[in-house]
Design a protein around this ligand. Structure first.
Ligand code: BG6
Ligand code: MG
Length: 213
C-alpha cells in the first residue's frame, strides 16, 4: 500500500461546512459594518484558528477592539455557525465521500480527522460519522493551528503511524503547508489545488481511490 493512514481535514473536505464558516463570518462582518467582506477574504480564513479568522474580518472595520471584545465577537460568530451546524444531518455527507471513505477503510488503511475546529466532533455527529474514524485530532487537542503541523503530527501519533506513511487531504493552503512542514505527503482539493507544492491535486473526492488503493 502506498499509505498506511490518511488524515482528512474536515471543513471543505469531508463536508461543506466551509460555506457555513463563510456565511457566519459574513453575518458578523455586516453587523460590524465591515467594508466589503468577500469570499476572497474568506479564503484566508481556511484552516486557521477562529481568532485568526476574526482578525481577517476586523481588518475591514474602522474600530479597535479589546481582547475581551474580540473574544465576544468570536463567540457570537460561533453561535451563528452552530445554528447552521445544528440543521445538518446525514444528508450533508455526500454518497461520493461516504463511498470513498468506505473503500479506503475496507482496504485496511487507517483514517483520521485533522481539523483546526473545536466543532469537529459536533459536525461528525451531525453527519453520522461520530464513531467512524480511527482517530480525531482537532481544535480541542492542539495549541497551534495550521500552517503549524501539530494537528497532523498528533493525528499520526493517535494512529500509531509515522508521517512518512500518511497522506494529508486538505482544501486550505495553510493545511497543505502544515502537511509539508510535518513531513506528510499532501493531496489538495478545492481551493488548495492552486498550491504547486501539493503532491496530488484532486478534481473530485473520489479521485483519492486511484491514488491510495
Ligand atoms: C477550520 C476552518 O477547519 O477550523 C477555519 O477552515 C476555522 O476557517 C477553524 O477558523 C476553527 O473552527 P471553529 O469551528 O473552531 O471555529
Ligand atoms: Mg478545510
Amino acid at each position: 500500500m502506498r499509505y498506511d493512514g490518511i488524515i482528512f481535514d474536515l471543513d471543505g473536505v469531508i463536508c461543506s461546512t466551509d460555506e457555513y464558516h463563510y456565511l457566519a463570518w459574513k453575518k458578523l462582518a455586516e453587523k460590524l459594518d465591515a467594508k466589503d467582506f468577500t469570499r476572497k477574504d474568506n479564503e484566508r480564513q481556511r484552516g486557521v484558528s477562529r481568532m485568526e479568522s476574526l482578525e481577517v474580518v476586523l481588518e475591514k472595520v474602522d474600530k479597535k477592539f479589546t481582547e475581551e471584545e474580540k473574544a465576544a465577537l468570536a463567540t457570537e460568530k460561533n453561535g451563528y455557525y452552530r445554528e447552521m451546524l445544528a440543521k445538518m444531518s446525514e444528508k450533508d455527507l455526500t454518497d461520493e465521500v461516504k463511498d470513498t471513505l468506505d473503500a479506503i477503510k475496507a482496504a485496511g488503511i487507517k483514517i483520521a480527522i485533522g481539523s483546526s475546529s473545536k466543532n469537529a466532533k459536533f459536525i461528525l455527529s451531525r453527519i453520522g460519522l461520530a464513531d467512524y474514524f480511527d482517530a480525531i485530532s482537532d481544535g480541542e487537542n492542539i495549541t497551534r493551528t495550521k500552517p503549524d503541523p501539530q494537528v497532523f503530527t498528533m493525528a499520526a501519533e493517535f494512529l500509531g503511524l509515522p508521517p512518512s506513511r500518511c497522506l494529508v487531504v486538505e482544501d486550505a493552503e495553510a493545511g497543505i503547508r502544515a502537511g509539508v512542514a510535518g513531513g506528510f505527503d499532501t493531496a489538495a482539493i478545492g481551493s488548495a489545488t492552486k498550491c504547486s507544492f501539493a503532491n496530488y491535486r484532486l478534481s473530485t473526492f473520489s479521485d483519492l481511490k486511484a491514488i491510495v488503493l
